[in-house]
Design a protein around this ligand. Structure first.
Ligand code: FAD
Ligand code: NAP
Length: 492
C-alpha cells in the first residue's frame, strides 16, 4: 500500500506522552518533513506508566467481569466547539499503576531507549524510566510539541484521510473544562494499555464486595507493602504483578500469604517460596465471608483481610468513534481490528499505533515509531503490502495463536519471533537519507540479546543458578545460564 502523493502528510498528532509517544515524537521530528507535530497528553508531565502517583485518591471500585467500554465510556461532547463545561468528574483511569517499591523487570540495556541508556543497571527503580522519558522529549527537542493536561476525547475520521480530534483541558483558575477541536493529516495512537483494570467475573464476588466494602481491590490500587503488615492477604494472579506483589507482601503479612494461580509461571519451582501458600482458581465467594477454590478447599472469613486481584489490564479507546471510523479493538478476539504488524491499519493508511505488542518495550516502540514516521514521510525503504496481504497476515497470525494457545499481541522471544518482528519494521523503515533526515532504526546487538536471555530479576523456579551457571547475586538479581529459553519475555 502506497500513500497517494497528492495526499502528502503535513501534520501529525500523537495521543500520549509515555515511552511510545516519546519515541513517536522523536522519529517524526527527525524526518524534518512535517510542518506540524503535536503530542497530546492528559497528565501534567510526560512519563506515562512511570509517573508515580503518591496520592492516587479514592481506590478504584472493582467491577468484576466488566469490559473497558462499560468502565471507561466516552464523555458527553459539547454540541459545538469551542466550548466550556463543568469540570469533568467521571472516572478516567488516568492514575498510574506504579507502586512505591516497584523496580523494572527487564535489564536496562534491553529496556531503555537505544540512544539514552539508563544511568545504572540492571533493574532500576520506577523513577528512572520516568526521568528518561521526560529527558527524551528534551534531548530530541520534541518538548515543544507537547500539549500537557490535554485529553483527546473524540477522534473522527474525515473524508480524504483527515483526523479531527476533540480536546479537553481543565482550567483550574476558572473551574471549568475547555474544549476545542484540531484537525491533522495523520494520527499515532500511543495511549498505553495498562490503565483500566481487569477483574474476572466469579460467582458471589459482587455480593461479597457489597457486604465487605474495601476488602477486594485491584493491583492498580496497591501502594506499598507496609500497609499490610500482619494482615491476612489473598493474591489472585501469577504474572508480573501477582509475583512482584506476593514477593513484597510475603515479608510483611501474616503467614501464609495465599496466592491463587490459574497457570504456572516461569518463575515457579515445584514448591511455593517461603511464606506463600498456593491455591488454585477461586470458584465462588460467599456472603458469610468464605472463599471456595477449585480443589474444594475453603478459606473462612477470618482467614482473609484483603483480596488483591492481580489479573491485568484491558485496552481502552473511549475517544475512538466506531461509527465514523470502524472498530479499532475487538474485545472478543483481544486484538486490534484489521491491523498489520501491530502498528498499521488496513483501512487507515494515515493511522498508526505504538505500544500494543507484549515484547521488549521502549526498544520495540522505537522500531514502530521509525517505521511509521518513514511511511508518513513517504520515504520508507519498503512500502506496506496491499490490503489483501495485510489481512492475510492477521488471519494467519490469528490461526497460529489459536493453535499455539498464544495471545495475538504477545511476541515470544525464544523462537526468534521478536527478532523477526523487529526486522520487518527495520526493513520497512530502512536507512535515513544521505543528507541526515530520519532516524536510524536501532540495532539489537549481541550484548542486548545476551542480557535478555541471562539477566533476571528473580531466579527461575527450580533452576540452578550456581555450579555450571554464572552466579552474581547483588541486590537479589541473578545471572543465569539458560538451558530452556521458554517464555523469557513473558514477564514484559
Ligand atoms: C505495574 C507495571 C509495571 C511495569 N513494569 C515494566 C518494566 O519493568 N519493564 C518494561 O519494559 N515495561 C514495564 N511495564 C510496561 C509499561 O507499560 C511500558 O514499559 C511502557 O511504559 C508503556 O508505554 P506507553 O507509552 O505505550 O504507555 P503509557 O506509559 O501508558 O503512556 C500512555 C500515555 O498516554 C496518555 N493518554 C492516554 N489516553 C489519553 C488521551 N485520551 N488523551 C491524552 N493522553 C492520553 C496517558 O496519560 C499516558 O501518559 C509495566 C507496566 C505496569 C502496568
Ligand atoms: N516491573 C515489575 O516488576 C512489574 C510489576 C507488575 C507489573 N508489571 C508489568 O505490568 C504489566 C501487566 O502485568 P500484570 O501481571 O498486572 O497482568 P498480566 O500479565 O496480564 O497477568 C494477569 C494475570 O491474571 C491471571 N488471570 C487473568 N484472568 C484470570 C481469571 N479469570 N482467573 C484467574 N486468573 C486470571 C492471568 O493468568 P493466566 O496467565 O492464566 O492468563 C495472569 O496470571 C506487564 O507488562 C508486566 O510486566 C511489571
Amino acid at each position: 500500500m502506497v500513500l497517494d502523493n497528492k495526499a502528502r502528510i503535513r501534520s501529525v498528532a500523537v495521543i500520549g506522552a509515555g515511552a511510545s509517544g516519546a519515541a513517536a515524537a522523536a522519529a517524526l521530528r527527525a524526518e524534518s518533513y512535517f510542518d506540524r507535530i503535536r503530542v497530546f497528553e492528559r497528565r501534567e508531565t510526560p512519563g506515562g506508566t512511570w509517573i508515580y502517583d503518591a496520592n492516587p485518591g479514592t481506590p478504584l471500585q472493582p467491577a468484576p467481569g466488566h469490559l473497558a467500554p462499560d468502565l471507561d465510556p466516552p464523555l458527553r461532547l459539547p454540541s459545538a466547539l469551542p466550548a466550556t463545561t463543568n469540570t469533568n468528574s467521571q472516572e478516567r483511569y488516568a492514575q498510574t499503576p506504579v507502586y512505591a517499591g516497584l523496580t523494572t523487570n527487564v535489564p536496562a540495556i534491553a529496556m531503555a531507549f537505544s540512544d539514552r541508556p539508563y544511568p545504572y543497571s540492571p533493574f532500576v527503580p520506577h523513577w528512572i524510566p520516568k526521568q528518561c522519558i521526560q529527558d527524551y522529549f528534551t534531548y530530541n527537542r520534541t518538548d515543544a510539541f507537547l500539549s500537557l493536561n490535554t485529553t483527546v476525547e473524540h477522534v473522527k475520521k474525515l473524508p480524504r484521510e483527515r483526523w479531527e480530534l476533540t480536546l479537553r483541558r481543565p482550567n483550574p483558575e476558572r473551574g471549568v473544562d475547555e474544549w476545542w477541536a484540531k484537525t491533522f493529516d495523520a494520527l499515532i495512537i500511543a495511549n498505553g494499555h495498562y490503565t483500566v483494570p481487569f477483574i474476572p467475573s466469579v460467582p458471589g464476588l459482587a455480593a461479597y464486595m457489597t457486604k465487605y466494602p474495601g476488602k477486594v481491590f485491584h493491583s492498580k490500587s496497591f501502594q506499598s507493602a507496609h500497609a499490610y503488615a500482619d494482615k491476612r492477604v489473598l493474591i489472585i494472579g501469577n504474572s508480573a504483578s501477582g509475583i512482584d506483589i506476593s514477593t513484597m507482601l510475603a515479608k510483611t503479612v501474616k503467614s501464609p500469604l495465599y496466592q491463587s494461580r490459574r497457570s504456572k509461571s516461569r518463575w515457579d519451582g515445584p514448591e511455593p517460596p517461603s511464606g506463600i501458600e498456593w491455591k488454585p482458581v477461586i470458584t465462588s465467594f460467599h456472603e458469610v465471608g468464605s472463599i471456595t477454590f477449585a480443589d474444594g478447599t475453603v478459606l473462612a472469613s477470618d482467614d482473609i483481610d484483603h483480596v488483591i486481584y492481580c489479573t491485568g489490564y484491558q485496552p481502552s479507546f473511549p475517544w475512538w468513534d466506531t461509527k465514523y471510523n470502524a472498530p479499532l479493538w475487538s474485545y472478543s478476539a483481544h486484538r486490534l481490528d484489521r491491523s498489520y504488524l501491530h502498528t498499521f491499519f488496513v483501512d487507515h493508511p494515515t493511522l498508526g499505533l505504538i505500544g500494543m505488542p507484549r515484547t521488549l518495550t521502549f526498544r520495540s516502540f522505537e522500531y514502530q515509531a521509525v517505521a511509521l514516521a518513514r511511511i508518513f514521510a513517504g520515504r520508507s525503504h519498503k512500502p506496506l503490502p496491499d490490503k489483501e496481504s495485510m489481512l492475510t497476515w492477521q488471519r494467519e497470525r490469528e490461526e497460529r495463536c489459536l493453535r499455539d494457545h498464544k495471545k495475538f499481541h504477545d511476541i515470544p522471544w525464544e523462537n526468534e519471533e521478536t527478532l523477526d518482528y523487529f526486522r520487518e519494521l527495520y526493513n520497512i523503515a530502512g536507512l535515513p537519507l544521505l543528507t541526515g533526515e530520519g532516524r536510524h532504526p536501532p540495532v539489537l546487538d549481541a550484548e542486548t540479546r545476551w542480557a535478555v536471555e541471562n539477566i533476571r530479576k528473580y531466579p527461575d523456579g527450580g533452576q540452578k543458578i550456581d555450579g555450571g551457571a554464572l552466579s552474581a547475586k547483588a541486590d537479589e538479581w541473578v545471572v543465569v545460564d539458560v538451558e530452556h529459553k521458554k517464555g523469557i519475555l513473558s514477564f514484559v
